[in-house]
Design a protein around this ligand. Sequence first.
Ligand code: ZN
Length: 307
Amino acid sequence: MEHVLSVSEQLAVGECAVCGTDHHASIMFDLGDYAVSRCAACGLVYLSGGRSAAAERIRYQKDHFDTGYMRGFDVDEIAGEQLESTRAALACAGASLAGLPRWSPVLDIGCARGHFLNVLRCEMSERQFIGVDASRRMAEKGRAEFGLDLRGRTFETAGLPPGCFGLVTAFDVLEHVVSPAVALAKMLRLLHPRGWAVLEVPSETTVFRALARTAFLASGGRISEPLRALYHPSHLTYFTPRSLTRLLERLGAADIVVRCKEAHITRFGADRYRPLARSVIRAAVGLDRVLGTEAKLLVVFRRHSGA
Ligand SMILES: [Zn+2]
């Protein structure tokens, strides 16, 4: 049976996933039922307390397109934007879809129903496309709709051959896993020596978080909803470019480029908010653009030649 964390366990600082210790970490906010910690050594922000991988995985069994956050989004529009981001990330590293190792397969981790892989397949023929997702239901629906090789498993258990993938993508996945270091190390092992990985995660460094923190602190903790929305209980880690680069370097990644981009929620989903909130969102998005602190990090890297 899964160990359920007590409130005091959830509010304990917990280990930094980059540094592997809690020596430099302290609580940033105590929200009552959970807390958010920050490691002063590397800048990683993370939900406090120890987490169980099995317990976290249970969250992702359901079909999130029917019942969760994705409801109301145009999934094809997002898949198109992810393709645009993949091209942009590869270009930052001096690479391109056309230049990926010949015949090498492509893997999308957290593929949902495979919309992104389906869009990508139209751009890159004569390859194998594999998607893995913790939700068996979503993988099944995607297989039926697109005829893609989608596996309703974690990528650790999906029977993926190491060292052969020309491209591994993972959009909005890393922040959901209990050990991002273990997940990134596995991704690196899956890569072809000349292959690339492209990831997207929420950024810790954005005007949105600064505003939410200010509202929380200035109100003596009474205005906590923006903070709860931005430090969502299912997002376990919040990287800065520095903390993510440090972790990737430690794991043996090379040619790492981190850039920021606007989040889907504001680019495609701002209509779901009331007019006043929409105005604040527009202003924060504009300020983030000027400051170069947009709400998502887009990261590209590959294996170090000796790794
Ligand atoms: Zn740290």
